[in-house]
Design a binder for this molecule. Structure first.
Ligand SMILES: Nc1ncnc2c1ncn2[C@@H]1O[C@H](COP(=O)(O)OP(=O)(O)OP(=O)(O)O)[C@@H](O)[C@H]1O
Length: 219
């Protein structure tokens, strides 16, 4: 079943046409890698999927936005960032009114912290965590409300190679439990290792297919 389907999408900033006639589908359980040169419109596509910009024309069929998890590219979080890892994950409980977490909500946060291997350090300030730990905290926060789709926007870019594989191995565990993934990346090795399908965005068009059909990068 399709989790995301996009049909003849056109997105422009003023007169600057960024996405022209893009169509693709992400099915349940897919790990879709989105690959393409700088400036080709990958982040614009993500913003359109999250409902943050209005397309000029075309159809976007996605789960309601609270069922999309989003993990950005790692930006340095200052050492003085005051929230603990547990607090940071809890931010996505997002409930109106009464500010304290219920027992049930705390249990949900704890479970997600466990599933992302953060239990031992959950009460440390996020600002003191390593790069990989911070990305796991972002992942835990994004997955807290059991989204259907997880968008990873170059989320491994600043990690060393071993940590990249660790983070994506972890994502794969969730993918096997019925999460679909869109992974925006410039890294063709990671794309081939983890992807099940690809969407390649190029200035003059798009191609989509199973990962074993991803063409070699142009030198
Ligand atoms: N808010 C905006 N207003 C006007 N133009 C924009 C805006 N955001 C992006 N653009 C332009 O749209 C084009 C696509 O940008 P986008 O960030 O989607 O590319 P990208 O593929 O994500 O690039 P990168 O790999 O460098 O992150 C670029 O030419 C960019 O300058």
């Amino acid at each position: 079943m399709a989790v995301v389907s996009v049909e003849d999408l056109n997105v422009a900033y003023g007169n600057h046409q960024v996405i022209s006639g893009l169509s693709f589908t992400v099915n349940e359980g897919d790990f879709m890698v989105v690959i393409g040169e700088n400036g080709v419109g990958k982040t614009t596509l993500v913003r359109a999927l999250l409902g943050l910009i209005k397309p000029h024309s075309g159809e976007i069929d996605v789960p309601a936005s609270n069922l999309i998890g989003y993990v950005p590219q790692f930006r340095n979080i200052d050492e003085e960032y005051p929230l603990s890892i547990r607090d940071f994950v809890s931010l996505n409980v997002k409930k109106p009114g009464f500010p304290w977490l219920s027992k049930k909500e705390r249990a949900k946060v704890d479970r997600m912290i466990r599933m992302t291997d953060l239990t031992a350090i959950a009460d440390r300030p996020l600002g003191l965590a390593s790069g990989g730990e911070k990305q796991r905290a972002y992942l835990a926060q994004a997955l807290l409300r059991s989204p259907k789709l997880l968008i990873l926007d170059e989320s491994t870019a600043s990690l060393d190679n071993e940590m990249k594989y660790e983070l994506l191995d972890l994502v794969t565990r969730f993918q096997q439990e019925n999460l679909s993934v869109m992974f925006i990346t410039h890294d063709w090795d990671l794309a081939r290792h983890f992807g099940t399908r690809y969407l390649q965005m190029m200035p003059n068009g798009y191609s989509e297919g199973p990962i074993n059909e991803l063409p070699a990068p142009e030198e």
